[in-house]
Design a protein around this ligand. Structure first.
Ligand code: FAD
Length: 272
């Protein structure tokens, strides 16, 4: 069973210290790697680099996310060279979303172009993961074009994919079936979002197009003022989801940890 945990780059000293502890605690389950998110247009470029280098220095494997929208080729090369020098050999390659107010799209329009660029410049140095959307990317014209665009990223050289989070296992299984029918056989790791906060989850889900089933939403509303009950319910739901995936052969899980040890660690432990 493989696990990986996603962090966002902390901005304060307190956040940095806390992340070191979180990483040590999560290491108990011997994760394959820790990934670190990246602000589109390079807004967290330095902080992502710093967090990645810190993880690598401590002997763990870090996988920086790299979004290309709003970037020039030169900047991407500069960053990838720094990663290569530091011994980083995994990348999560993304398009990202253009920040409001930014007009210049830069040298890349879609993630497949970034994947192709990394492959042509760095050959097989980087293991490249791309994003997958079992419930369809929110800007996609339709499910069919979204699947085609996903296959383009894989054909451009992706080694694996990590999904947007979902709470309906059927969406994941159908996505995997459909891309397999299109000739794709790379591992597609489910992205697992623990449930700890009602308002935050609703906000994220509205932004990224993930569906929260009504039966979950109704309970989250009920437990809004009882965080312990909400957390216990959320952990149970997400553990059940992971078990369902595992029972049907999934052997790799990527946790959106939100820079917290729990509940990701408890859920991961039940899978091992
Ligand atoms: P793409 O694969 O390029 O797809 C984007 C959209 O364009 C889709 O609707 C697709 O169907 C469409 N499309 C693709 N090619 C074409 C084409 N040729 N013509 C027309 N339409 C096309 N965001 C961040 O800013 N930082 C992060 O660190 C980050 N990490 C993420 C990690 C994971 C695992 C996931 C699932 C998402 C992450 N995101 C992150 C969010 C991601 O950047 C957004 O979802 C973004 O809108 C799409 O990025 P993508 O790489 O999936 O884009």
């Amino acid at each position: 069973m493989k696990t990986s945990f996603e962090f966002f780059p902390p901005r304060t000293d307190k956040g940095k210290q806390s992340l070191v502890q979180v990483r040590q605690q999560l290491s108990v389950v011997q994760p394959e790697y820790f990934s670190v998110t990246f602000g589109a247009g390079g807004t967290t470029q330095e902080a992502t680099l710093e967090t990645v280098l810190d993880i690598q220095k401590k002997g763990a494997i870090a996988a920086p996310h790299l979004s290309c929208i709003g970037s020039e080729k030169e900047n991407i090369i500069k960053l990838l060279d720094q990663y290569k020098l530091a011994g980083v050999n995994r990348i999560v390659a993304l398009r990202g979303d253009i920040p409001s107010g930014v007009r210049d799209i830069g040298d890349f329009h879609y993630a497949n172009e970034l994947v192709e660029f990394i492959r042509s410049k760095y050959n097989d140095h980087f293991h490249i993961e791309v994003a997958a959307y079992p419930e369809v990317h929110p800007q996609a014209k339709n499910i069919y074009t979204d699947l085609q665009h996903f296959t383009n990223k894989v054909k451009a050289g992706a080694d694996g994919a990590i999904t947007q989070y979902f709470y309906n296992a059927d969406a994941y299984f159908r996505f995997v079936d459909e891309v397999q029918k299109l000739g794709i056989d790379i591992p597609i790791t489910p992205g697992i979002m623990p449930i700890t906060n009602h308002a935050q989850l609703v906000r994220f889900s509205n932004m990224c197009g993930a569906e929260i089933p009504k039966w979950i939403l109704e309970r989250l509303k009920l437990y809004e003022n009882d965080l312990d009950a909400l957390s216990a319910f959320g952990t149970e739901v997400v553990t059940d989801l992971c078990q369902t995936l595992k029972n049907q052969g999934v052997d790799s899980f990527h946790f959106y940890s939100m820079n917290r040890t729990q509940p990701s660690l408890d859920i991961a432990k039940t899978l091992l």
